[in-house]
Design a protein around this ligand. Structure first.
Ligand code: NAI
Length: 256
């Protein structure tokens, strides 16, 4: 197994109570980082902290709603107060949003998805670069986009628009903060087995599941571990010349 040296480093992961965020938090801890588990789901976040502790790692949970600037500021403060620095930040919290054709979406559907999936990444990134720019050795930020940051998907226009936006934000921030030794990248997963797909009715409908799996060259959905591996690689020194990159981990997904 590849081993990175994250000893003495601190990672913040939003949406870490479940799915990709939880696996990413576990992966950071396995490589020696202390982890701040940030989520609106306090029970799930506490479970992630317990899993990390069972594995011999160190983590704290902090209630964070990425639509609330004060929560995000509290998340960054927790990293610094508890562990002394903010070295890695993964802006992963997200929702699937309403599944309707574009013309049937009402303003509340549209705004909620954009507010969490795009504005939430921007709010988090803003607080994170502010802190990292004050540190001698900067930091690394990874924004969770999607293969739907590259291509369209029916009945998900707000989600697709938010993920395309996350890529634009990533590419721009990478240039803005490179002189502060901050790298900013994104990961664009294909369809991954998590609660989001369960709640969206994709994994619970066998026919739909097979159809979606067939859009990936390996004819399956991905595992959260396969995305967490990409995130920690981006944060490691092995990726020291990778900046502003939308790293796609999607088994060659064929879009519509
Ligand atoms: P998940 O539903 O397992 O995890 C999402 C987490 O975000 C949950 O713990 C939830 O409580 C948290 N969250 C939701 N709203 C929040 C808010 N306002 N503030 C803080 N936390 C909040 O889903 P999954 O799949 O692990 O999603 C993680 C990220 O990966 C999302 O950004 C999603 O768009 C992205 N993604 C997922 C894919 C998939 O197929 N599962 C594919 C591509 C990207």
């Amino acid at each position: 197994m590849v081993q990175y040296d994250f000893d003495g480093k601190t990672a913040v992961v939003t949406g870490a109570a479940s799915g990709i965020g939880r696996q990413t938090a576990l992966e950071f801890a396995r490589h020696g980082a202390s982890v701040v588990v940030a989520d609106v789901d306090d029970d799930g976040a506490a479970e992630t902290v317990d899993l990390i502790a069972d594995d011999g790692g160190e983590a704290v949970a902090v209630h964070t709603d990425v639509t609330e600037l004060s929560d995000i500021e509290g998340m960054v403060e927790t990293a610094v107060d508890e562990f002394g620095s903010l070295d890695y930040a993964v802006n992963n919290a997200g929702i699937g949003g309403a599944q309707k054709p574009t013309g049937d979406l009402d303003e509340a559907d549209w705004e909620r998805t954009i507010d969490i999936n795009l504005n939430g990444v921007w709010r988090s990134l803003r607080a994170e670069v502010d802190r990292m720019a004050d540190q001698d050795d900067g930091g690394v930020i990874v924004n969770m986009a999607s293969v739907l940051g590259h291509v369209g998907f029916q009945n998900a226009s707000a989600y697709v628009a938010a993920k395309h936006g996350v890529l634009g934000l990533t590419k721009t921030a990478a240039w803005e903060y490179a002189d502060d030794d901050i790298r900013v990248n994104a990961v664009c997963p294909g369809f991954i087995e998590t609660n989001m797909l369960e709640e969206g009715g994709i994994t619970s409908d066998e026919e739909l599941r097979q159809q979606i799996a067939g859009r990936h060259s390996q004819n399956r959905l991905g595992d959260p571990e396969e995305i967490a591996a990409a995130v920690v690689w981006l944060c490691s020194d092995a990726a020291s010349f990778t900046n502003g990159e939308p790293l796609t981990v999607d088994s060659g997904y064929r879009g519509i």
